[in-house]
Write a protein that binds this ligand. Structure first.
Ligand code: ATP
Ligand code: MG
Length: 137
């Protein structure tokens, strides 16, 4: 059974959407097996998104991710990585399929409500970035 790292981003926590987004995960058969609300620094956001360091939006992205609390969570299920990305929808809400989190809630390509790991290997790294072994059962 697969696990993936999900983040409910500051634009969504600000609008009190955690429960509505979690309902979409659960309705899709994803189980929330770990979850906590934290405040990232710009530096920590930069470490997490290091793969995007050279992209023109890196500064905007890390400032945004540190602009308010985020909810980091581990989702579990059959094919959880892909399933979560289906529930999230396309990065740009203008391209996101109806019913997806980003179609319903995202405000822009930058402030797009959720993050989800893009492969099982990155999921393992991203889970370890936020959670210790003791927090995962
Ligand atoms: P995530 O990694 O957050 O799950 P993603 O995999 O759909 O999203 P990436 O290409 O990995 O998209 O980009 C990471 C994040 O960077 C996006 O979710 C978005 O918040 C931000 N981002 C991507 N493209 C742009 C852009 N053109 N302008 C501003 N921000 C962007
Ligand atoms: Mg990504």
């Amino acid at each position: 059974i697969e696990r993936t790292l999900s983040i409910i981003k500051p634009d969504a926590t600000k609008r009190n959407l955690t429960g509505k987004i979690n309902a979409k995960f659960e309705d899709a058969g994803l189980r929330i097996v770990a979850q906590k609300r934290i405040q990232l620094t710009v530096d920590q956001a930069g470490q997490f998104y290091a793969v995007h360091k050279e992209r023109p939006f890196f500064g905007e992205l890390t400032e945004f991710m540190a602009s308010g609390p985020v909810v980091v969570q581990v989702l579990e299920g059959e094919g959880a990585v892909l399933k979560n990305r289906e529930v999230m929808g396309a990065t740009n809400p203008a391209d996101a399929a109806p019913g997806t989190v980003r179609a319903e809630f995202a405000e822009s390509v930058g402030e797009n409500s959720v993050h989800g790991s893009d492969a099982p290997e990155t999921a393992a790294e991203e889970i370890a970035f936020f959670f210790s072994g003791l927090e995962l059962v």
